[in-house]
Design a binder for this molecule. Sequence first.
Ligand SMILES: C[S@@+](CC[C@H](N)C(=O)[O-])C[C@H]1O[C@@H](n2cnc3c(N)ncnc32)[C@H](O)[C@@H]1O
Length: 267
Amino acid sequence: MTNTNTGSYQFEALNDAQFQTQRLQQQAQAVRSLETSILRGAGIQPTHDVLEIGSGPGFVSDLLAELAPQGSLHAVEPSPTLIAQLEGNVRQKPARGLFSHQAYGDALPLADQSIDFSYTRFVLQHVPKPQAVVQEVFRVTRPGGRFCAVDSDDGLVLFHPGEPRVDHVLHSAQSIQASQGGDRFIGRKMQEMMLQAGFTKVKTRVMMLTSSELPFPVLFNILLGYKASLLGDAVDLAKLFEDLSADVAAGRRLVAAGVFIVSGERA
Ligand SMILES: C[S@@+](CC[C@H](N)C(=O)[O-])C[C@H]1O[C@@H](n2cnc3c(N)ncnc32)[C@H](O)[C@@H]1O
């Protein structure tokens, strides 16, 4: 595998890999029922051949396998460490098989028009050429097949009252991630990217997650956990969490973050 498109999430280079795996597991479990309705709403069917790009350790793959039990699941992931964990985290293999591919999203090792439903979650923000990934998804999608992309956008992060340390973490992470080829404002761009690739019936939905709906440790990790890895020791995240959580628990501080959910169809 030639490494031409490493972006802002290279698992083997993270300084806190074990924490990041736990964070992905917590993040998948906390929103599992919500994500089930997102995936069903986006068109996943029990018999589908499903593709997941950037599957990580496989916690979301497990849900995809559950929702398409009579089909197949192709998980594409560049990290050899994460791909090795995938099999163990998908509890029930789909009837037509679970296939893991160590590959990048802009060079999918799949035949043209071989997939019914593709999903990518918190991946396009890390990829230097996201349009090329969306284009590849279009190539492998069967006519009538569907694609759903979920990603964040820092324009939809809200702390009230504000906290200067949070602003500092967000701004620093934006520039570090951009310098590595990522984009913390990808959410708003996905609709246009899907249309450009040729998808039709493209629809965007924004879902807000708030500190009164999700446990604060989960929301905090979703919002700031990966950024902590980018920033290293520059910010004491444990202290920031401690300082914010009492206020959040008492309802004195509201934290909210938006997630973009964009789906489309290949005519
Ligand atoms: C934040 S993690 C999300 C993992 C999983 N989708 C989830 O939501 O739990 C980003 C994942 O994208 C993978 N990734 C990074 N660059 C990629 C690329 N060019 N193509 C496919 N996957 C990529 C990373 O290795 C990592 O597993």
